[in-house]
Design a protein. Structure first.
Length: 240
């Protein structure tokens, strides 16, 4: 293995931890922050793949800011208006109003942080050497990932958590109209079904097909062989 290929590998500080729980948390953080399961794309920030990734990230931040702006406008409308037909949807109740206020704050924070991340991200990737990402210590890598994921976390807590959606559902559940209650129940079921379907799709997309004729022992042998080959490559790199 040549020295050039060794230097192009992602350093230890940018790799997932060995602890299973921390590894899963790191993987989720990478998915939210950089739309990847790892930071392997940091090994070369001068190729076309990196430029395509930067374009994807910029589009994602822009779409996130648009979504947060729409939620912010809707939450503002709920906070500043009176229900036209209160017995159908009493969103001016105390609990619904509190959730709407939290939703407003989260959406506002998502817009502000998203705009800051977008401006700084575009400026940094255009005028700074991104090869320095590989030299960052572990705590700086985690801080960078949290900073990139901050707008998404705020938007998720606002739109998909117990904020704006909870304010709407509580107002509908407390309605005196049975039709509204049924519609709200069906909406909750559809929301949960979509969540389960999303987790299922994420878990199956990209998974390698399993040969039905392959026994578990053969699968384990292949895994051990791949691990052994990787160890040999590391030893060769150390010798070089």
């Amino acid at each position: 293995m040549t020295s050039e290929s060794v230097n192009s590998q992602v350093p230890e500080n940018c790799r997932a931890p060995n602890n299973p729980i921390l590894r899963l948390a790191f993987k989720i953080l990478c998915i939210v922050a950089v739309c990847r399961e790892s930071l392997d794309h940091w090994k070369d920030t001068k190729n076309k793949e990196w430029k395509d990734h930067v374009s994807i990230m910029v589009n994602r931040f822009q779409n996130s800011n648009i979504t947060a702006g729409l939620v912010l406008a809707t939450a503002t409308l709920f906070l500043s208006s009176v229900p036209p037909i209160e017995h159908l949807m009493a969103y001016n109740s105390s609990i619904s109003y509190i959730f709407a206020m939290v939703s407003f704050g989260a959406a506002l924070l998502s817009v502000i942080s998203g705009s800051a991340v977008l401006v700084i991200y575009e400026t940094s990737t255009a005028h700074k050497d991104m090869e320095t990402l590989k030299c960052m210590p572990r705590h700086q890598v985690i801080a960078l990932l949290l900073w990139l994921a901050y707008p998404s976390f705020c938007l998720s807590a606002d739109e998909y958590g117990v904020c704006f959606g909870a304010a709407i559902f509580i107002a509908c559940f407390w309605s005196d109209n049975s039709v509204v209650n049924i519609i709200t129940t069906l909406s909750c079921v559809a929301f949960l079904a979509h969540g389960v379907l999303s987790f299922y799709v994420v878990s199956v997309v990209g998974r390698q097909p399993v040969d039905k004729n392959t026994s578990p022992v053969q699968v384990a042998d292949r895994h051990h062989a791949s691990v052994g080959a990787a160890c040999l490559q590391i030893d060769d790199a150390a010798d070089d």
